[in-house]
Design a binder for this molecule. Structure first.
Ligand code: PEP
Length: 254
């Protein structure tokens, strides 16, 4: 099994390269002793090239990658361009992109394009609300099936599934806390969908949790949430909090 993984999604922050370097440096200088935890930071595209030069320990990820290879796609950035400047991971299908109109079909094309150039997709799935009839399980099943359509067993070890219930994400108005039980229940369900689709090889895929994770509840999610890591948004903009999450994961991996 791969190492556990902690991913920071900086979203559209910070506003300057100088601040990005400072934040990244403050993480990098405090994780030199980390051995059993994979660390990934996903800054805005613009900062990737510069941050790549700062640390070998921290993997860089993009927050999106377009599905076309090159050509007349104004404003888009291809997976290959991202790989060429040093990104090794890419977030695919984040709920904030889906809210801007991205469909499961678009996400599937992006996952496939990313895999084809060696980028490791972090495929985000998550329901906007929980209904009494548990319809959200079917919603997640459809997201997984449509976003992973046509992907071969040979590639699946490169894919991480991030369960991110939208109702728990820090930017959601009137958000609610998810518990480690919510995470564990869904991780078990996702594991079952993946193994029905891909067979025993599906156990190579990491499943992680994201949704307002912080330095205080990271231990609970890692111990009891049934996951192989965490995706942190807001907490990743504070180097101290992010490093604490990484160190919690490291201790639990011993
Ligand atoms: C996210 O949106 O990917 C995320 C995990 O955000 P936050 O931790 O801020 O809820």
């Amino acid at each position: 099994m791969s190492k556990k993984i902690i991913i920071g999604n900086w979203k559209m922050n910070p506003l300057t390269l100088k601040e990005a370097e400072k934040l990244f440096n403050n993480v990098a200088k405090n994780v030199s002793g980390i051995k059993k935890t994979e660390i990934v930071i996903c800054p805005p595209f613009l900062y990737l090239e510069r941050l790549k030069k700062i640390s070998k320990k921290i993997n860089l990820g993009a927050q999106d990658a377009f599905w076309g290879d090159a050509g007349a796609y104004t404003g888009e950035i291809s997976a290959e361009m991202l790989y060429n400047i040093g990104a090794r991971y890419v977030i695919s299908g984040h709920s904030e992109r889906r809210a801007l109109g991205e469909s499961n079909t678009d996400v599937n094309k992006k996952v496939r394009a990313s895999l084809s150039v060696g980028l490791r997709p972090v495929l985000c799935v998550g329901e906007s609300a929980r209904d009494e009839n548990h319809g959200y399980f079917n919603f997640i099943k459809t997201q997984l099936e449509e976003c992973l359509a046509g992907i071969s067993k040979n590639s699946i070890s490169k894919i991480t599934i991030a369960y991110e219930p939208i109702w728990a994400i820090s930017s959601t108005p009137n958000r609610q806390d998810a518990t480690s039980d919510d995470s564990r229940e869904m991780a078990i369900f996702i594991r079952k969908i993946l193994s029905d689709k891909f067979g025993p090889e599906a156990s190579q895929m990491r499943i992680i949790y994201g949704g307002s994770v912080n330095e205080k509840d990271a231990e609970e999610f890692l111990k009891n949430g049934g996951v192989d890591g965490l995706l942190a948004g807001r907490a990743s903009l504070d180097a101290k909090k992010f490093v604490e999450i990484v160190k919690t994961c490291e201790i639990l991996s011993k």
